[in-house]
Write a protein that binds this ligand. Structure first.
Ligand code: EPZ
Length: 437
């Protein structure tokens, strides 16, 4: 069923108004026992959905999380011509014809990773027109590396009237060195190169597990990609790609958030459906804090007294400590014994949660790209605001160990990236209530 843009707009704004008014009321807990299951990865499924645009044949994707960002990506690929069917956490996408090569502003403006459709559109149709993603709460987030890559593959790229437009009769393989191992640029160039003429190499490529999972998906479609997960990815172009079936990798950031939650309390918590190797830097820091983490197959058990030691953290590209867990870990470090430092090296403006945590009595100072955290005994309940997805998660963790019930506002940020959160936490006996005024 295809809707006109006007109809889209109306549906969206009504839902958006409601979502924007929602807040969480969260009661503190004093201990945590039980198990919690991790869903498919937000940052894994979004590029995979964009990659379905590469083939005329149907793709079946399993373990698709029900997230706001996934719904937005569904609308974007639908506008471009995809037929999308969803059943529970399964999704079937068929793009037998690209109907439009311009992605709609009203959706792209809501979610940066919609820019992932650029590479697939360009290599399949020779034209791609996508609104400039623009910055967000955590930083300016330029796309210069994506554009450099498309130009190296022989495309002309123009930016004007708020759009990026790339054109190429036929993309031709090239060797591309990325100034920074950007996840987004690596994914977009890799997808564009799948049907380029000849061989492309991406050097200083991003090594994130979501990049590897995308390469696995593309190879199932008949692409010829090797070296994903290393800093040199090699793509030999093919004529056309087929459909395929794939299960999205587990969400390591959701898993890390739950491990940190467990660590902050007197707990014995089993976090299920995890790839432990994806969380090595996080597990190492938690163990340094004095937490006990053990692997049980595809699960991780976290056992903690909740009384933790201070540690220092520097965020880095994978396999370094993930910037997406910087805020949740800061909530933990705000109530440990001793002083910690967190250095954020990926995004220039990812400390908006500091002032909100300080509203809960935390003692955190920002100096340049570092946050200096003086550990305290207890956090206090307060009215706080989620400023972005991971900042929101940090406030939920802080609320669970505060004195009194906390209200977290603007939870629409959290809806973007945590699947069925209330249900999952509720099953652990946590009192978290969504209030819509
Ligand atoms: C992905 O964003 C994730 N988003 C982010 O997760 C994550 O924080 C980030 O990778 C780093 O791990 C998705 O996968 C949807 P980048 P992305 O390109 O691809 C600079 C979350 O919370 N840069 O690796 O946008 C950029 O400004 C989100 O789930 C350029 O300078 O990240 C940033 O400072 C937040 N030029 C750094 O590189 C470019 O052309 C990392 O960006 C591209 C990036």
């Amino acid at each position: 069923m295809f809707y006109s843009n006007k109809q889209y707009g109306i549906i969206l704004s009504k839902k958006k108004k409601e979502a924007n008014l929602a807040k969480y009321l969260i009661e503190p807990i004093n201990k945590l026992r039980g198990e919690i299951t991790v869903s498919g990865a937000k940052n894994g499924v979004l590029p995979i959905m964009a990659a379905t645009l590469l083939s005329t044949e149907p793709c079946i994707i399993h373990d698709v999380p029900s997230l706001k960002d996934v719904s937005v990506m569904v609308e974007i690929i639908r506008v471009l011509g995809a037929k999308v069917e969803r059943k529970g956490s399964d999704m079937r996408v068929e793009v037998d014809e690209i109907k439009r090569t311009e992605a709609p502003y009203e959706y792209v403006s809501q979610m940066r990773s919609s820019f992932d459709v650029m590479g697939p559109l360009l290599t399949r149709t020779g034209v791609a027109r996508v609104p400039l993603p623009g910055g967000c709460a955590i930083g300016e987030r330029p796309i210069d590396l994506h554009i450099k890559g498309f130009k190296a593959l022989g495309a002309t790229v123009e930016i004007g009237h708020g759009f990026v437009e790339a054109r190429a009769e036929k993309l031709v393989g090239a060797s591309i060195y990325l100034d920074f191992p950007s996840v987004g640029a690596t994914k977009n160039i890799m997808m564009a190169a799948t049907m380029a003429e000849g061989v492309t190499t991406i050097e200083n490529a991003a090594k994130e597990p979501e990049v590897v999972d995308l390469a696995i998906f593309l190879n199932k479609m008949g692409a010829k990609i090797s070296g994903s997960g290393t800093d040199t990815i090699r793509i030999t172009g093919v004529e056309k790609l087929t459909g395929c079936e794939h299960t999205v990798l587990p969400d390591r950031i959701e898993a890390g958030t739950f491990l940190i939650m467990g660590a902050m309390h007197d707990s014995d918590l089993l976090v299920k459906n995890v790839v432990p190797s994806h969380l090595k830097p996080v597990i190492a820091k938690l163990i340094e804090c004095g937490v006990d983490i053990t692997e049980e197959g595809d699960d991780l058990r976290v056992v903690s007294s909740g009384k933790l030691k201070a540690v220092d953290i520097t965020t880095l590209p994978y396999p370094g400590f993930p910037t997406d867990l910087q805020a949740p870990f800061m909530a933990l470090l705000s109530k440990v014994n001793g002083n910690s430092t967190i250095m954020e090296t990926i995004f220039e403006n990812r400390f908006a949660h500091v002032s909100e945590l300080n509203r809960m009595g935390a003692k955190i100072k920002i100096e340049g790209h570092s946050a200096l955290i003086q550990g305290i005994e207890n956090l206090q309940s307060a009215d706080v605001k989620a400023t972005d997805l991971r900042a929101g998660a940090a406030l939920i963790l802080a609320a669970l160990s505060a004195e009194g019930a906390t209200t977290v506002h603007d939870i629409y940020h959290i809806d973007r990236g945590y699947n069925k959160l209330e249900e999952k936490l509720g099953n652990l006996g946590i009192h978290i209530t969504r209030i819509i005024e």
